[in-house]
Design a protein around this ligand. Structure first.
Ligand code: ATP
Ligand code: MG
Length: 137
């Protein structure tokens, strides 16, 4: 059993597809162990995406992540990290496989609907960034 962190990004929240995306998780064996809607501060987004701080797209990424509210969730299930990444599809929605969340709900590589932890190790760090232990059940 694994846990992973999911973020429904501002573009998908603005489109009104929170429920549709959460349904993808629940319909594919990922239990929602925690979830909340929140507005990230610039400091939150910069800290969360610190690994990308030297990349040319960092500023755009941070601006985008604070452009509106997000929904952060802890997903739990067998192989949750890779299962969520599979459900999400490729980072660039133009390359995302049909039927994936990004193919169905994302516009472009900046506004790409969802984030998902890319390893079990990062999942633990990202979950602790957003949730206290008593919020996860
Ligand atoms: P995420 O971390 O959001 O789940 P990811 O793991 O598929 O996405 P990363 O390589 O971690 O992709 O990049 C983080 C985010 O930065 C991407 O979701 C995307 O919005 C943005 N990004 C990544 N590469 C580029 C790029 N070449 N140009 C513009 N934005 C990019
Ligand atoms: Mg990533």
């Amino acid at each position: 059993m694994e846990r992973t962190l999911s973020i429904i990004k501002p573009d998908a929240v603005a489109k009104g597809v929170i429920g549709k995306i959460l349904d993808r998780f629940e319909s594919n064996g990922l239990r929602i162990a925690a979830t909340k809607k929140m507005q990230l501060s610039r400091a939150d987004a910069e800290a969360f995406y610190a690994v990308h701080s030297e990349r040319p797209f960092f500023r755009d990424l941070v601006d985008f992540m604070i452009s509106g509210p997000v929904v952060v969730s802890v997903l739990e299930g067998e192989n949750a990290v890779s299962k969520n990444r599979k459900l999400m599809g490729a980072t660039n929605p133009k390359e995302a496989e049909a039927g994936t969340i990004r193919a169905d709900f994302a516009q472009n590589i900046d506004a790409n609907a969802v984030h998902g932890s890319d390893s079990l190790e990062n999942a633990a760090v990202e979950i602790a960034f957003f949730f206290s232990t008593r919020e996860i059940c």
